[in-house]
Design a protein around this ligand. Structure first.
Ligand SMILES: [Zn+2]
Length: 188
């Protein structure tokens, strides 16, 4: 039996930068609004598996290590599980062809807007793509989602331009989750 899923961009989609931080590197650089926790629960309750798919190309530029990325995801997993939210799997792309740190400075297949992360997760978990969604703040998230055969929702908490590849545009992740839950009921 195939499952339906929501693929979530991480930074400026489900995690918001705290204070004056521009990038989210480590624990302490971000916060999750209370209504985003409820939004994640709503998606689970609506039958969606949840995946995080995030570009972390600052590994390739030496600002971050894979250990930092994994530590943040492990921490996130703990605080979300305490609140009753279960992320099925966290996928990240550490690459950037313009990076300086081997072996990460390559043109890979996983860096969004490429679809490698979504493809691998969809295959592994038997995801039915037409019933599934990508949520993110940036154009590259929307392009990746469309190329992967998903429906897309852009949230306006990061990037301030509308993506032509967004099926829906919502003010933030809480509104995006309500949109997905409603559309899922209507169309699935
Ligand atoms: Zn990659």
């Amino acid at each position: 039996m195939s499952s339906k899923a929501v693929f979530l961009d991480r930074d400026k989609t489900i995690l918001l930068p705290d204070g004056g931080e521009k990038y989210i590197y480590r624990i302490g650089d971000f916060y999750i609004p209370e209504d985003y926790i409820e939004a994640l629960k709503l998606l689970s309750k609506s039958g969606y598996l949840l995946f995080v798919v995030t570009n972390q190309s600052r590994v390739a530029s030496g600002h971050l290590t894979e250990t930092d990325v994994n530590e943040l995801h492990n921490y996130l997993d703990v605080i979300l599980e305490e609140r009753g939210v279960y992320i099925e799997e966290y996928a990240y792309c550490p690459h950037n062809p313009r990076g300086t740190v081997p072996p990460y400075n390559i043109a890979c297949l996983c860096r969004k807007p490429r679809t490698g992360m979504i493809d691998a997760l969809a295959k592994k978990h038997g995801v039915d793509r037409p019933r599934s969604w990508m949520v993110g703040d940036s154009d590259i998230d929307m392009i990746a989602g469309k190329k992967a055969g998903l429906r897309t929702v852009q949230v306006l908490t990061g990037w301030d331009m509308y993506s032509h590849y967004a099926d829906y545009i919502e003010r933030d992740f809480a509104a995006a989750a309500e949109r997905i839950a409603a559309e899922g009921v209507r169309t699935d």
